[in-house]
Design a protein around this ligand. Structure first.
Ligand code: HEC
Length: 179
C-alpha cells in the first residue's frame, strides 16, 4: 500500500468520525431544548385522566333518591335483560338460577322459594329498600358477603336508578319513593 492510498483510507476514517460526532451534537439539540423544569417524566396522560374523572365524581355527588325521582323504568327494563339471564320478572315463573324479582322492593331479603340463596342472604333479616338495592347492585359482594349472585355490579348510578325504578314498577308493595 503506498502512502497516497493510506492517506485516502485515514482520511475517510477521520471524516466518518467527524460525521458521527457532528451527528451526536445535532441530535442532542432537540433534547437540550426540551429540558424539564422538574426532573422525571412529564406524563400527559395524568392530566387527561384527571379531566375525565371530574364529571364522574360530579355524577356520584347526585344523591340516589334524586336520580331515582327522574329515573326511567322503561330504560331499566331494557337494562334488566342482563339480569334476566338468571332472574324471572314474571309472576309465578321460577328459574333455577336466581330468585323471582317481581315484588322484590319491600320484600324480605332472601325470602322466596328459591333454593340457591346464600346463607348470608337468607340471614339478612331486612326488607329490600331503595338504598339497599342501590348498594347491592353497585357491588353485590360488598353488600352481601359470599353472595351467590354472579354479577359484578352496575357502576353507572343513572343506570342503577333506572334498574331500581323498573323493579319498583313490578313491586305492588313497594314503599313510596324517598325524598
Ligand atoms: C349470574 C346470575 C345472576 C345475574 C346476572 C343477576 N343475578 Fe341477581 N341474584 C342471583 C342469585 C343467585 C341471587 C341470590 C344471591 C344470594 O342468595 O346470595 C340473586 C339475588 C338478587 C336479589 C335479591 C333477591 C331476594 O330475593 O332477596 C336482587 C334484588 C337481585 N339479585 C337483582 C339483580 C339485578 C337487578 C340484576 C341485573 C342488574 C341481577 N340480579 C343479575 C343471580 C343473578
Amino acid at each position: 500500500m503506498d502512502s497516497f492510498e493510506f492517506n485516502k483510507i485515514a482520511g475517510s476514517v477521520l471524516g466518518m468520525l467527524l460525521f458521527v460526532m457532528a451527528l451526536g451534537i445535532i441530535t442532542d439539540i432537540p433534547f437540550a431544548r426540551a429540558k424539564l423544569a422538574k426532573p422525571g417524566y412529564d406524563l400527559p396522560g395524568a392530566t387527561e385522566e384527571h379531566a375525565a374523572a371530574a364529571p364522574a365524581a360530579a355524577e356520584a355527588a347526585v344523591p340516589f333518591p334524586t336520580l331515582l325521582a327522574s329515573a326511567d323504568p322503561k330504560k331499566g327494563e331494557a337494562l334488566a335483560k342482563v339480569c334476566a339471564a338468571c332472574h324471572s320478572f314474571e309472576k309465578g315463573v321460577e328459574k333455577p338460577t336466581g330468585p323471582n324479582l317481581t315484588g322484590v322492593v319491600g320484600r324480605e331479603m332472601g325470602s322466596t322459594g328459591f333454593a340457591g340463596y346464600s346463607d348470608t342472604m337468607k340471614g339478612m333479616g331486612k326488607k329490600w329498600a331503595y338504598d339497599s338495592l342501590n348498594t347491592f347492585l353497585t357491588n353485590p359482594k360488598g353488600f352481601v358477603a359470599g353472595t351467590k349472585m354472579g354479577y359484578a355490579g352496575e357502576k353507572d348510578p343513572k343506570k342503577r336508578a333506572d334498574l331500581v325504578a323498573y323493579l319498583r314498577s313490578i313491586s305492588p308493595d313497594a314503599p313510596p319513593l324517598p325524598n
